[in-house]
Design a protein around this ligand. Sequence first.
Ligand SMILES: Cc1cc2nc3c(=O)[nH]c(=O)nc-3n(C[C@H](O)[C@H](O)[C@H](O)COP(=O)(O)OP(=O)(O)OC[C@H]3O[C@@H](n4cnc5c(N)ncnc54)[C@H](O)[C@@H]3O)c2cc1C
Length: 500
Amino acid sequence: MYGQDAPSQDALLLTPSSKDSNILQCHGTPVYQYDVIIVGGGVAGAALAYALGKDGRRVLMIERDLSEPDRFMGELLQPGGIEYLKQLHLESTLDGIDGRVIYGALTLVGEGQRLQRYPNRPDSGRPYCAIGFHHGRFVNNLRRAATELSTVTARQGVVSALIEEPGRGRVLGVSYIPSDSVPRDTVGNTGNLPGPLPAFAPLTVLANGGLSKFQRSYLPRLPTCNSCTYAITLRDCELPVPNHSCLVMSKLAPVVIYPISSHETRALVIVPHHVRKMYDNDIRRYLMEKVVPDIPETIRSKFIEGVEASSLRFMPNLYLPPSRCAHNGLLFLGDAFSTRHPVTGGGMTVALGDVVLLKQLLSPQVVPSLDDTRVVAARLRVFHWKRKLWSSAITILAQVYIQIMENQGDPDFSILGFALAEYFKLGGTASSTPVGLIGGVYTNPLLLLYHMNAVVIYGFYRFLISSDSPRTFIGNICRALSALWAGYNLVLPLVWAQLF
Ligand SMILES: Cc1cc2nc3c(=O)[nH]c(=O)nc-3n(C[C@H](O)[C@H](O)[C@H](O)COP(=O)(O)OP(=O)(O)OC[C@H]3O[C@@H](n4cnc5c(N)ncnc54)[C@H](O)[C@@H]3O)c2cc1C
């Protein structure tokens, strides 16, 4: 219920749920002060606040810390993400952040190297490009764009619980502990720090990141994690190919290096949990002993300087396939909803693509009032299925890529790595289409299917003809079949988890 005719909020009683400390039950009918409450003002939350606010929806965005984030995740936006920003009319958020254009990637494996570029645009023939930047500067611009709209209210605070209808029904809003200046009428004149405040809206969007505590209460799946990413900053470093990221296949796991400003280059070192254990958490020693020798000589000294100077911050690499939240009035978005390995830098692109789709599906022409539970639920069902079409390719490729790279010591995975490398060597679309899929430029899942099968056929053919005698040929057939089995065991569960 909206507006003046509704009973006063004072008549409401909020009681903790006996089963779940993340949930409050609301006795009485609340007044909706907003159309949408968005929890989290990261890439997903801020972009959605802007998109819905622009459509005239009254949005409350609650963010734990509204100052410029100092994080090393989300520093490379793929070309697909840039296109989504354009569709949201948010491309200006990439201005003034000292971003660096990236046209492709140089992959270094032992002595070999391979340069892969994003495909060309069909209209102008000019290449698609990604952009590297400081995550915090970009997010700041997104938040500014959202809060400049009169329809969007941003509050700094932590959402501590969701408010539900009794009987675990519809989500009616959130309870949050504000940490910014609180209007007098909401806390009274006591002068005390405010306790939790309720806020009500017919739709609550949880965009509070991959470690959202609400996943446990509302989603059938939870994130898993078997590696971390460590961040190193390289100062004034010339990459082997300018305006191209550099992927180094180190002995135990890959390192991704790309520019994030005119003077800074980011190196992200992926460290599987078993390696961390092997080195007794002494990551600096691991970096110096195992990673540094694989870093190209031209940038090795900068890398070492970076390792010595950095405080070695790290983040967990989460994997969470998307799943539908069965509760009316609630939607998960961004990393809270689904995550993939960061090695291919696809997270922000998926989040922005989801925002574009949500804006279309919830447009006021189609859904005049978000209070219409039945219509909103139907639109969110469409969202859940439609997004799979394009987001699955980005996620599947990220997971397949990292598994192959992390397991090069395994005979099956080393054959899969060989097949992939041989296929990419063909060049042309064999190289640019997979990069286009990773970059979110191509969104047709059939392209993924086609290229995966082509890798198997061509890569395994190359593997078999590399046999130097009939005897090794027979042995190689057995090895190829075993690798094929490992490949399908890797891919099919990923496809299943993304699609169902
Ligand atoms: C190491 C690493 C590197 C990555 N590199 C890339 C990359 O190069 N390119 C790319 O596209 N993606 C990358 N990603 C993924 C990308 O960072 C995420 O997909 C993206 O940031 C998701 O945005 P989000 O808004 O969903 O979540 P987040 O960016 O995590 O934002 C969540 C927000 O919610 C707030 N919040 C949390 N809890 C609460 C609460 N209870 N109340 C109020 N506010 C709350 C947080 O303060 C935060 O601001 C990387 C990820 C990792 C781990």
